[in-house]
Design a protein around this ligand. Structure first.
Ligand code: ZN
Length: 464
């Protein structure tokens, strides 16, 4: 068996790993590389895994850095099945359709910039490629073994990272010798709202583990509900506009769920709340459809509240016109909009109209990468550039911590203990992390395996 790491090797985007046996070539994930435009575009266009020769693709979850280049793979000639959980198929369809539109808009923008004489700029992929991917989804529920061939079977367990996310166990036979390979995908955390805790699985001969926060312990979750309540109560007395940038997949649902909980407890201040994102609206529908996949607390809420993502005073906004009308709305209100780091999407317009007024509030949730508008807001820059305008930052900026969906080093330790206690960890490969995070996790794995863990480089292959 040979494993080659084609993406998320020494970085956090472009997840793509190839397992080759005598008879099969199976790709784990096919994510988009994100970052500097030209460099990512080159990496996304060129597949080193020979798409037409693949026997199957296994998809861990529906985040763009794991599924976002499946349409590119289809465009490059892959016509086989894509195995994922039912919820992942539903979420990925929405995410990829949105991504195709972004790719098409991007190509148009580039074309305009390059001028009339330039040859046409093609989008990375389009709606037809997405439709091809959606037709190729073959859904497998958690816990069921599926045979790709008599020599290769696989099973998903809940990774607890986003709706539908999976840990993949593979049992692979070569020359009569069976090996167990475990791929974490992105591992979630214990005790976060809505989602089940990550499942522990039996040990393996080969482990491929993510390492996003391998060297970090997340701050203790703030009492987010109470913090939100304080912000909203004050907003009413001051007539504030409260802008909450949030990712459409995961964060927005968690926020609306918290607000709904406050409402059910009779503690939600009487303030209009708008979720201004067509994508969030669609994804929330998928969450409703898969409510049986949520944790025990959610099931408890469902007993008395049929829709924990809705309450009186909450409105989901679709049209651009309605979105723009919010800019001229008077009095206190809350708007939740994407993107989470304020780099694109409708939230940028809301920020532009809100941040120069001292009575308004921006609520930042979670990690903001360097050089993003979100980071500048957290760092309280005096002025920020939005759509080529310099805007004064006079409003309040509140930060809420504790909603990360990635395992931290304590979660990893707990999860590796599960492998070690049941057959051991075996040969480990650490992917999907910045170098220092990956290295720290490789060091932690010393405790669980005699074989040193490897942090592979992009394109590196290992015979096992
Ligand atoms: Zn993820």
């Amino acid at each position: 068996m040979k494993i080659t790491f084609y993406g998320a090797a020494g970085e956090v985007t472009g997840s793509q790993h190839l397992i080759e046996t005598d008879t099969l070539r199976v790709l784990l994930d096919c994510g988009l590389f994100q970052g500097h435009r030209a460099e990512s575009r080159a990496k996304n266009e060129q597949f080193l895994c020979h798409p037409k020769e693949l026997s199957g693709v296994i998809l861990s979850h529906a985040h763009a850095d794991h599924c976002g280049n499946l349409p590119g793979l289809y465009k490059a000639g892959y016509r086989g099945e894509i195995f994922c959980t039912p919820a992942t198929a539903d979420v990925a369809e929405i995410m990829l359709t949105d991504s195709a539109h972004i790719q098409q808009e991007d190509a148009k923008y580039l074309q305009l910039k390059l001028g009339p004489g330039h040859p046409p700029v093609e989008p990375l992929y389009d709606d037809d490629d997405v439709a091809g991917v959606v037709r190729s989804f073959r859904t497998i529920p958690y816990g069921e073994w599926h045979e790709l061939s008599k020599d290769f079977r696989m099973r998903f367990s809940d990774a607890g990272h986003i709706l539908g996310s999976a840990i993949t166990e593979m049992e692979i036979c070569e020359k009569g010798d069976w090996k167990r390979v475990v791929f974490t995908g992105d591992l979630g955390r214990r005790g976060i709202p809505l989602l089940q805790d990550p499942q522990r699985v039996a040990g393996c001969d080969v482990l491929i583990t993510e390492s996003t926060y391998g060297n970090r312990v997340h701050p203790k979750a703030d009492d987010i509900k109470q913090h939100l309540k304080r912000i909203l109560t004050r907003a009413i007395t001051r007539g504030s506009r409260v802008v909450i940038p949030a990712f459409s997949l995961g964060r927005t649902q968690t926020l609306t769920y918290f607000l709904n909980e406050l409402h059910n407890a009779g503690e939600l201040p009487n303030i209009p709340v708008f979720v201004d994102s067509p994508l969030s609206k669609e994804i929330t529908s998928v969450y409703r459809h898969h409510s049986n996949a949520m944790d025990a607390e959610f099931q408890q809420v469902l007993q008395s509240d049929k829709d924990p993502f809705a309450f009186p005073g909450l409105k989901y906004i679709g049209s651009q016109q309605e979105s723009m009308q919010l800019n001229y709305r008077r009095g206190a209100f809350v708007v939740i909009a994407a993107s989470g780091m304020c780099e694109a999407g409708r939230v940028v317009h809301h920020l532009r109209h809100a941040i120069s007024d001292p009575k308004n509030v921006v609520v930042i949730i979670g990690f903001q990468a360097e050089n993003t508008l979100g980071r500048k807001l957290v760092d309280k820059w005096r002025t920020v550039r939005i759509f080529d305008h310099l805007v004064e930052l006079n409003c309040e900026v509140e930060s809420l911590q504790g909603l990360s969906a990635h395992a931290d080093s304590e979660d990893f330790h707990w999860w590796f203990e599960g492998l070690a206690a049941d057959r051991g960890v075996g040969r480990a490969f650490v992917v999907h992390g910045e170098p220092d995070q990956a290295k720290a996790l490789a060091n932690m794995l010393h405790e669980f395996s005699d074989e040193p863990a490897t942090v592979p480089q992009r394109g590196e292959s290992f015979e096992l």
